[in-house]
Design a protein around this ligand. Structure first.
Ligand SMILES: [Zn+2]
Length: 246
């Protein structure tokens, strides 16, 4: 354990450091890590809670919305007292109460082509927990160009999807799977499904930060909550991909 860990932190993280796959070195890696999370909504609530609880040292939260009553069915970072507040401020309060050792950087803004590079650069890992395809493609394009590893999670209805995008040569990018923005009508979401996908995203993130390889670099993980079924689907690099193809 690094010498600057307090008794409280040593106790707080003891169930992490007991894991041989984590240990004191792994806990130190998490403490030094810089992770950006796009979206403090349904998926982001679960992701952010578990990253903070695990002891990830530097977390940037990007969200330009305010808390609304219709969010509370799935966005468990926020509660009834937060209605009308900025989501990043509400998230800061909840996460600081859970783990005051995490340094949180708040970006109360929507990502766009003009600001995304400055906000995402200098992170070790980007987690996309946004709720629309335009943002997912914007984040995926920026991460690919900046060589930032990305874990992208999405939910709709009773379905969830998880992708790990490793920008190493030869690996498929997000646009190999989804070349352009699809038409997607607004649909309902079972809150617990967003929670499942956020937990999976946080788990993959913590593993990558330990230096482990993801099993999802060449396949996606789909979750069908109605059938209680997880499936791996192979993803391939497309020669005619608009982003990474020739
Ligand atoms: Zn591609």
């Amino acid at each position: 354990m690094p010498l600057d860990f307090s008794e409280e932190e040593i106790s707080r993280y003891s169930r992490n450091t007991m894991l041989p796959e984590v240990g004191e070195d792994g806990q130190a890696r998490w403490a030094a890590a810089r992770v950006a999370v796009v979206g403090a909504g349904g998926i982001g609530s679960a992701t952010l809670y578990y990253l903070a609880a695990a002891g990830v040292g530097h977390i940037s939260i990007i969200d330009g919305d305010q808390v609304e009553t219709s969010n509370l069915q799935r966005q468990i970072l926020h509660d009834i007292h937060d209605i009308g507040r900025r989501k990043v401020e509400s998230a800061w309060e909840a996460l600081t109460a859970l783990n005051p050792h995490c340094r949180l950087k708040l970006h109360d803004t929507r990502l766009d082509a003009a600001n995304i590079r400055d906000i995402l650069k200098e992170h070790d890992l980007v987690l996309d927990a946004s709720d629309n395809f335009a943002t997912r493609l914007l984040v995926a394009d920026c991460c690919w160009r900046e060589r930032l590893p990305l874990i992208s999670a999405a939910v709709g209805g009773f379905q969830g999807l998880l992708l790990v995008l490793d920008p190493a040569p030869g690996n498929p990018c997000y646009r190999c799977l989804l070349p352009r923005e699809p038409q997607a009508p607004r649909e309902g979401i079972l809150g617990a499904v967003a929670g499942v996908m956020g937990c999976l995203q946080a788990t993959e993130a913590l593993k990558l930060l330990l230096g482990r390889k993801s099993e999802l670099t060449h396949q996606l993980l789909s979750y069908d909550a109605l059938k209680c079924r997880f499936r791996h689907v192979k993803r391939e690099k497309k020669p005619d991909c608009p982003l990474c193809g020739q």
